[in-house]
Write a protein that binds this ligand. Structure first.
Ligand SMILES: Nc1nc2c(ncn2[C@@H]2O[C@H](COP(=O)(O)OP(=O)(O)O)[C@@H](O)[C@H]2O)c(=O)[nH]1
Ligand SMILES: [Mg+2]
Length: 217
């Protein structure tokens, strides 16, 4: 079985359609919304759709995902609830998890104004640096992924913040896990981003170096 994890912080415009579409595409899988104490109607809408809702402890997306992983103790697919990722890719990720430890929705194309120029430059720098440090061409920032429970256990994840995707990608490479990339197109966001370019850019940079040199036991 694979559980779908949806991290949310004020995503009331996307949560309903996202759940509905995943239910149609995947035949009503277990869906867990991990919410960061949204102040809008995100949680009400999730409840109306009959999915599980749990809460993080207010430390960030990384901590939210780690809470959810620990709660479900299952193979997972997780994604941003902001309309940026093609939901039709989820069944392909679920299938690939039968063979691979980590499946990354690799952002190959960016729709029109999906990302402002500054973010596109930051993204390219991030991928280039990841390749330089880890000798692997992987989208370390993609927020659409599949991850096996066995791999989660091996990784001992610790990021609370937006470093979590980089930590997962880095540890998959360092631990020699089986990684598959599925090409996707990244679309424009609905609602507002919680990623602060400078502050969270530094978080990603720190994670990139930290997990390159940290000893993994
Ligand atoms: N539970 C929880 N979810 C969060 C938190 N911060 C961001 N998210 C969610 O994580 C996903 C990624 O955040 P987003 O703002 O899209 O970041 P971006 O894709 O880098 O712009 C979205 O679905 C957010 O609602 C948080 O602190 N807690
Ligand atoms: Mg996003």
């Amino acid at each position: 079985m694979v559980t779908i994890i949806l991290p949310t912080k004020n995503e009331e415009s996307c949560i309903g359609p996202t759940i509905k579409r995943i239910q149609e595409l995947c035949g009503h899988p277990r869906i867990v919304v991990v919410d960061g104490h949204s102040t809008d109607h995100t949680v009400d809408i999730a409840n109306q759709h009959g999915v599980e809702v749990i809460y993080d402890h207010g430390l960030g997306k990384g901590e939210a995902l780690r809470c959810a992983f620990d709660h479900v103790k299952d193979d997972v697919v997780f994604l941003d609830v902001d309309g940026t990722y093609p939901l039709g890719t989820i069944p392909k990720i679920v299938e690939a998890l039968q063979e691979y430890d980590l499946v990354i929705g690799e952002r190959m194309k960016f729709d029109g104004d999906a990302l402002p120029r500054l973010f596109l430059v930051g993204d390219a720098i991030s991928r280039g640096l990841f390749q330089l440090l880890y000798s692997s061409r992987l989208d370390n920032l993609s927020g659409l992924r599949g991850l096996r429970w066995q791999a989660i256990e091996k990784m001992g994840l610790e990021s609370d913040d937006f470093g979590i995707e980089t930590e997962i990608t880095a540890k998959a490479v360092r631990l020699g896990l089986k990684v598959k990339k599925i090409p996707i197109t990244y679309m424009a966001r609905t609602g507002s981003s919680k990623f602060r370019p400078v502050q969270d850019g530094m978080v990603v940079l720190r994670a990139m170096f930290r997990y390159r040199f940290k000893s993994l036991s």
